[in-house]
Design a protein. Structure first.
Length: 261
């Protein structure tokens, strides 16, 4: 009986194994892009939700403070006073500002988002400083809020919005966005509007686009049209002040940053 049983057992041949492996490879090739696309959509949705929460916090803060918008100080005032919507100034090095979560949770908007750390960062941002994962990818429109000593420094021809009531059309002025990891430092997203010059670069984490929130509370993803706007998310990938040429993407941001006085 043992002999008969053994004779009926049959192993896979080499050709059959190769066919199975080939089928698995084909299925993986078909499924992995779909899984990657689904993951990207999930990260985009999470990022938009983070911006929505921050914008709600921004609005409630104004309600609690006589309609005055939260401070939006730039460097070095952010470091010296630590009285800002987000109190850290990040770099690629070993600064404590890169990883010290209290610099966002104990900042002015921290209590309004339940002192949540993830809300300040897009899940698609994988950039790292020398001392670890940076805690913030989000910046605020430089023309929204009190910029302290930077008032009228970069865009004197445009309105600085100190109160929510001063924003003429809240659906057309952005508040938060994901900034490119090479230009993000403080939370003050600044461009020279009259000169058509990028001072800071928007991120392009979402299928070549960036996420924005607006003063009326809505969020949206904008797909960049100019190839030069989409820069690799690495150190040196975006550079400093760069002329916006062609100006298509710059115009889109400019039109949603402020209005002329």
């Amino acid at each position: 009986m043992r002999h008969v049983f053994a004779a009926t057992q049959r192993a896979f041949t080499l050709i059959e194994l190769l066919v199975v492996i080939a089928i698995i490879a084909i299925l993986a090739g078909l499924l992995l892009p779909a899984l990657g696309s689904a993951k990207g959509r999930a990260q985009t949705a999470t990022c938009l939700n983070n911006l929505r929460q921050l914008t709600l916090a921004w609005s409630i803060y104004a309600d609690d403070n006589g309609d005055l918008l939260v401070n939006n100080h730039g460097r070095p005032e952010t470091i010296t006073k630590r009285n800002n919507w987000a109190n850290n100034v990040q770099d690629w090095g070993t600064s404590d500002d890169n990883i010290n979560t209290t610099l966002v949770t104990d900042a002015l908007l921290g209590p309004y988002v339940g002192r949540s750390v993830p809300v300040f960062k897009c899940p698609s941002d994988r950039s790292q400083a020398a001392n670890g994962d940076r805690i913030r990818s989000v910046s605020m429109n430089c023309m929204v809020g009190d910029p302290g000593e930077l008032t009228n420094k970069f865009n004197p021809e445009y309105l600085q919005f100190f109160m929510s009531a001063s924003i003429p059309d809240p659906s057309k002025i952005f508040v938060f966005l994901d900034e490119h990891p090479d230009t993000i430092n403080d939370g003050f997203f600044m461009n020279r509007l009259a000169d058509y010059q990028w001072g800071n670069r928007p991120a392009s984490f979402h299928n070549g686009g960036g996420n924005f929130s607006f003063a009326d509370g809505h969020t949206e993803t904008h797909r960049w049209q100019v190839g030069d706007t989409v820069r690799p998310p690495i150190q040196g990938g975006a550079g400093g002040n760069i002329a916006a040429s062609p100006p298509t993407d710059f115009d889109w941001v400019k039109e949603r940053t402020s209005v002329k006085k």
